[in-house]
Design a protein around this ligand. Structure first.
Ligand SMILES: [Fe+2]
Ligand SMILES: [Fe+2]
Length: 132
């Protein structure tokens, strides 16, 4: 994945943007391991742990700014984590590297969608808050 794409998904909150970048760097590392299933799974587990930590920290941040839509946001974090975990099994069961590539790209697409739809709501909220 071209990391420049992330410029369009900047929340403006440095800590969150740095963590998002780190997650996509990890996805790129995972893509490089395709074909070596053990390594892919090892990095996928690391990615899932890092993303869970990011989600938890983002949820704490949302609480500190009194973000009103935290419940739906949190639910999507939980959904993403479940999907990542189910991917472990999908990758274990597939014998084809092109299927593995598709699954990992799907992981990247879902995370981008989450940032675009949910994380950027934080940006909008912060903008409105400073206007008031
Ligand atoms: Fe989020
Ligand atoms: Fe996030």
């Amino acid at each position: 994945m071209d990391l420049n794409v992330l410029r369009h998904y900047q929340t403006g909150v440095d800590k969150l943007d740095t963590e998002h970048l780190a997650l996509f760097i990890k996805i790129n590392e995972i893509i490089k391991t395709l074909g070596d299933k053990d390594k892919t799974l090892e990095l996928l587990i690391e990615f899932t742990q890092a993303s869970e930590l990011h989600y938890a920290q983002e949820e704490v941040y949302m609480m500190t700014i009194d973000f009103p839509f935290i419940y739906a946001h949190r639910q999507d974090h939980a959904k993403l984590t479940l999907k990542n975990k189910s991917l472990f099994y999908d990758i274990k069961l597939t014998a084809r590297p092109d299927s593995e590539r598709y699954l990992v790209q799907e992981l990247s697409r879902q995370l981008l969608f989450h940032i675009d739809y949910y994380d950027l709501q934080i940006t909008e909220y912060l903008k409105k808050k400073t206007v008031q």
